[in-house]
Ligand binder design. Sequence first.
Ligand code: G3P
Ligand code: CA
Length: 255
Amino acid sequence: MFDLFSKKKEDGTRSLIWAHRGASAYAPENSLLAFEKAAELGADGVELDVQLTKDNVLVVTHDEKINRVTDREGFVKDYTYEELLDMNFNAGKKKFGKVKIPTLKEVYELLKPSNLTINVEIKSGVFFYEGIEKMCLDLTREMGLEDRVLYSSFNHYTVKKMKELDSTVKTGLLYADGIIDIASYAKEKTNCDALHPALYNIQYPGYMEEAKKNGLDVNVWTVNEKEYMKMCAKAKVNAIITNYPDVALDIAKKY
Ligand code: G3P
Ligand code: CA
């Protein structure tokens, strides 16, 4: 069912490349332009961040606050979608002019004709966004993209909930710094399919082996330097999540 996630690895070829917030080195992060660019550069997938507006629209933007990526202030959750549409989400990349905040549905519509994997990171760690897990599942189903979407979250209750709501979905457990016995914790507590570690974690001795033993893929973020791209490609991680999908792709093809 989930060929897109593992086919290339099983063939023994290379790590997959997922564009972080789209090809965010080249276009405003989490914008439709960045996702389009990712496809154009040959990425195997994209990673994106989902938050919920005041009127319960799933929107794609990284921070709970709009301050960093727009010229306005406040929390996403305190604005309606219409209000957010007025703002410029160009994330400081001025040459792109006015950039609209995309809904998750718009990203799905854009990428549906492609074969790209979509890693939906649910940003439920600060505000729990009641019902966000089910909303994401319902939308993915409505769009017929069940086989192309993998959900991840730093909120491990959310990771667990996704599987409880639908045992067939693919999930990844996000975390940053060294956690002891992470692979068995992840499997036991959340029944997830993949670890999503900050890249430095794969240097722990036996890391890849432990993940494999627990039946977990390893999808690593955020790998923007060539040295670390090589490290990940050599380790045959399942996916490298990067702002520079073109650079990572060139490197991954060599391993
Ligand atoms: O999903 C990988 C990575 O995006 C997690 O960190 O802060 O960029 O959302 P962040
Ligand atoms: Ca993210």
